[in-house]
Write a protein that binds this ligand. Sequence first.
Ligand SMILES: NC(=O)c1ccc[n+]([C@@H]2O[C@H](COP(=O)([O-])OP(=O)(O)OC[C@H]3O[C@@H](n4cnc5c(N)ncnc54)[C@H](OP(=O)(O)O)[C@@H]3O)[C@@H](O)[C@H]2O)c1
Length: 258
Amino acid sequence: LSVQRVFISGASSGLGAALAAHYAAQGAQLGLLARRGARLPTTYPDAFCYSADVRDAEAMRTAGADFLARAGVPDLVIACAGVSVGTLSEDAADLAAFQTVLDINLVGMLHTFHPFIAAMRTRGSGCLAGIGSVAGVRGLAGGSAYSASKAAVRVYLESLRLEMRPAGIDVACIAPGYIDTPMTHVNPYAMPYRLAADQAARLAARAITQKRRHAVIPWQMAWVAVLLKWLPDPVYDRLFEKAPRKPRGLLQHPSGEN
Ligand SMILES: NC(=O)c1ccc[n+]([C@@H]2O[C@H](COP(=O)([O-])OP(=O)(O)OC[C@H]3O[C@@H](n4cnc5c(N)ncnc54)[C@H](OP(=O)(O)O)[C@@H]3O)[C@@H](O)[C@H]2O)c1
């Protein structure tokens, strides 16, 4: 896969920003999107920047149409925008957070891909890559919204892969373990095999180039994911019931608006 044009959501921070740097270094033309337009990297001469919320289908269509008109059909679209926060189903204060996590992580991914699919179909090539998570392999206590959103992302991407195959469009699900980004800075627990963001970007890009359908990064976490998947329910329950939890409360957003 030769990536000359790439559109990345969630490019203002963490993995998305590192992916932008990775593809910029390869000379690709970038389309970068996040809510905080001012935080999108301005150092790339070939970047088109969009300040938009992935939950806003209309705004995403406008951004996509602009990129298509100015840069052309992307070879690769990476839906990286995401949020994570602890949620409890019994607490009314978490209802809105639950909705926000599902809307951004799952529906936002659909809104990110949608504007480009028709053009990729006409051209007969391209790749749609979504960022999942090892947290989507099993339900984590206190992280119900995030785990559910990432499990849904994995299954959504599988459906999409089958739909896109006849059109020659690849679909990849990249499922990282832990990455050192603002999303994990709040975690009060050990994070084994945590990757630096640039390392994670390199591994994600390699998996995309290799046309992996589903790639857990790093490889050590792929084994963790296999183990988690096959643990019998009673054993899983006993081991993970008391596992430390993601903090609840504010979603990471600068302005406080979610
Ligand atoms: N960090 C990890 O350990 C880890 C592990 C597995 C998977 N992941 C996944 O990797 C992806 C990137 O996470 P990260 O760790 O790089 O987190 P991060 O540093 O917090 O970055 C998240 C990015 O998503 C953007 N974003 C969030 N909500 C958005 C919205 N409604 N509309 C548009 N953009 C939005 C943010 O930009 P604005 O706030 O400016 O909008 C930011 O650029 C996420 O999908 C996450 O679930 C992360």
